[in-house]
Design a protein around this ligand. Structure first.
Ligand SMILES: CC(C)(COP(=O)(O)OP(=O)(O)OC[C@H]1O[C@@H](n2cnc3c(N)ncnc32)[C@H](O)[C@@H]1OP(=O)(O)O)[C@@H](O)C(=O)NCCC(=O)NCCS
Length: 179
């Protein structure tokens, strides 16, 4: 994937193994904030971050999706990617996080929009899902801002720190996506 420009000089580019230290430092600095909604965040070690990037590189080599760095002011500010691609059903799902101090500028909405565009355009998939905990208002707002359809709620579908959370499923179909 070539870098994808977003607004104000921000862009998406594939994660590389040389990003491990910078990415881990960002996770460390945002650990408590990320751990509210992301199950891996509370215990992520430097080795876990390295493994995540290695898995992301393999995922891309296997044509099973990708993980991109969200770069703002030439620093990594977050990650967005496809969890995997189900080619038989032509569908994928998107996950994302952004550092706390970069919230509120539309950066992640633009990043997710770019990956939806790629999934339903270049990759010719038919369905993109976003799942968010019921109380994760900022994450749900991204799906809603992009016009995703709210399809239902999965009960106790996520476990965060021994709490089971209900998850809202949103989807965009190729025929409904504005290009
Ligand atoms: C989920 C998360 C990425 C959302 O971040 P965010 O900053 O709210 O999302 P965006 O970057 O798209 O910014 C949207 C905000 O920018 C504002 N904005 C400004 N310019 C904008 C533009 N051109 N387009 C869209 N929104 C814009 C929006 O109004 C919104 O602000 P508001 O919520 O105060 O109204 C972030 O909260 C996060 O990483 N949370 C922790 C991890 C997490 O929950 N991940 C998702 C798991 S399902």
């Amino acid at each position: 994937m070539k870098p994808i420009p977003l607004a104000e000089g921000a862009y998406l580019r594939l994660l590389e193994e040389s990003d491990a230290n910078e990415l881990h430092a960002l996770i460390e600095a945002n650990r408590a904030y990320l751990a509210r909604w992301l199950p891996w965040a509370s215990r992520q070690s430097p080795a876990d971050t390295e493994q995540f990037i290695q898995r992301a590189r393999k995922q891309q080599a296997d044509d099973d999706g990708l993980q991109a760095a969200v770069v703002c002011d030439e620093r990594i500010a977050g990650v967005v990617g496809y969890h995997s691609i189900e080619w038989v059903h032509r569908r994928t799902s998107i996950g994302y996080w952004l550092s706390e101090d970069r919230q509120g500028r539309g950066t992640m909405t633009a990043a997710v929009s770019a990956l939806v565009d790629r999934a339903l355009g270049e990759l010719e998939l038919n369905r993109v899902e976003i799942r968010a905990a019921v109380d994760n208002r900022r994450s749900r707002a991204i799906a809603e801002r992009l016009g995703f359809h709210e399809e239902g709620t999965l009960r106790a579908a996520e476990r965060i720190d021994d709490r089971y959370l209900d998850t809202v499923v949103y989807a965009m179909l190729a025929g409904d996506w504005r290009r």
